[in-house]
Design a binder for this molecule. Structure first.
Ligand code: AMP
Length: 285
């Protein structure tokens, strides 16, 4: 496994692989790897000749006062996990390698980037799409893998790739969870023992929503109210940023279940103490 820190170095490796017509798979990450990342790496390993990951805590997707500085980092551990996972190349640039002193460009997916997490974190998705586009231009993968855990991000990236006619297939991987249902996340490292125990409430609420829909409840606003009341009763829940039902393809807001066979995205962002966690579930009606 090779670690590439400079853009020209990475581009030259990519050029050589392209000359050999090898299929490149790419998993962009912010590091502090866990089973969620490793599952995407395994998918890439199965479907591609060479696997790239990037490890880059992208400053432009963090707002002022967010956790950029304290975001967990452990390169030594990441290298060892990546090696075991069968990664061929880690692109590991410094912030100044990605953003030179004259950097001015931003790519934004309008509307989709300003709802749900985008409403609570203004500028976040523009930071994500800009860095993902840069990474894709550097690595030029045939296939790029993203987790459904960040469902809105996946929809936005697919939209950008399609809108800008980029030749990369975007593949979504399932959310990997702990045994008690908590979706794996680098940020769960911030949780105290008690907060960690209570963090399962996100998944529990998604399951309650699913049960209510499966039992025939059509009024999604009513379900939402029940869930938000339920969340409010837990003393570790400091704030509910949102609990929404949306169309899984377009992210259009849904108030009612209208057709059988339809899929509904239930998605939530909740503060457990000082840690913001997100989760979602696709519910088939
Ligand atoms: P991050 O390092 O948090 O930016 O995540 C890098 C990639 O891993 C993104 O595509 C995430 O959606 C994905 N990912 C993070 N957590 C999980 C998880 N629990 N299950 C599946 N994919 C995940």
């Amino acid at each position: 496994m090779e670690i590439l820190k400079k853009i020209p170095e990475c581009k030259s490796v990519v050029n050589n692989l392209k000359k050999k017509c090898l299929i490149i798979g790419f998993v962009p990450t912010m590091g502090f790897l866990h089973e969620g990342h490793l599952s995407l790496i395994r998918m890439a390993r199965k479907e591609c000749d060479r696997v790239f990951i990037s490890i880059f805590v992208n400053p432009t997707q963090f707002g002022p006062g967010e956790d950029f500085e304290k975001y967990p980092r452990d390169m030594k551990r990441d290298i060892s996990l990546a090696k075991k996972g069968g990664v061929d190349y880690i692109f590991y640039p410094a912030a100044k390698e990605m953003y030179g002193p004259y950097f001015k460009t931003s790519v934004e997916v309008k509307e989709l980037g300003s709802i749900m997490c985008g409403k609570c974190r203004p500028g976040h998705f523009a930071g994500v799409t800009t860095v993902v586009l840069k990474l894709i231009n550097i690595v030029r993968p045939d296939k790029a893998y993203f987790g459904q855990k960040d469902y809105q991000q996946l929809v936005i990236i697919k939209r950008m790739i399609d809108d800008l006619n980029l030749d990369v297939e975007i593949i979504g991987g399932p959310t990997i969870r702990e045994n008690d249902g908590l979706a794996l996340s680098s940020r769960s490292k911030y949780l105290s023992v008690e907060e960690r125990e209570n963090a399962t409430i996100l998944y529990e609420c998604l399951k309650i929503a699913k049960d209510m829909i499966k039992k025939g409840e059509k009024d999604l606003e009513k379900i939402k109210k029940t869930i938000i009341t339920n969340l409010g009763k837990n003393r570790f829940v400091k704030k509910v940023d949102y609990f929404d039902f949306r169309d899984p393809g377009t992210l259009e807001y849904l108030k009612r279940v209208d057709k059988k066979g339809k899929k509904i995205l239930a998605a939530t962002a909740v503060w457990i103490g000082r840690t913001r966690l997100i989760d979602n579930m696709i519910i088939k009606v």
